[in-house]
Design a protein around this ligand. Structure first.
Ligand SMILES: [Zn+2]
Length: 110
């Protein structure tokens, strides 16, 4: 089933596997302001968040990638609890979209 929702909504509550800044490697904690780089490749329905940055290292999307929708969002980290299975995860909260790059924006790399 295809679900249409704003990217901010999809990324709110996104469970993070890696909670260190991709640049300076400092460990990020609850309530830290972060920037997250999210990407969804053409033909793929799911988003992934391969990079997370602390406030100091906040980055921008350098060169748009052809065939991918990219977002650079700002938010904070917070614990989300799933009471049913008694598990808490560090997730993205309070997401605001900062920059979006559409699939057709990129250039093919030779
Ligand atoms: Zn950093």
């Amino acid at each position: 089933m295809l679900v249409t929702a704003p990217a901010e909504q999809l990324l709110t509550g996104f469970q993070l596997v890696e909670t260190r800044c991709s640049y300076c490697k400092s460990t990020l904690q609850e309530s830290d302001r972060v920037s997250a780089y999210a990407v969804r490749y053409a033909g793929d329905e799911s988003w992934c968040v391969p990079r997370l940055y602390c406030r100091t290292c906040r980055s921008t999307i350098g060169e748009p990638t052809l065939g991918a929708t990219e977002l650079l969002v700002e938010g904070r980290l917070g614990w989300t609890m799933d009471a049913a299975i008694q598990r808490t995860s560090l997730t993205l909260l309070g997401i605001e979209r900062v920059i979006q790059s559409e699939p057709e924006d990129g250039r093919a790399t030779l």
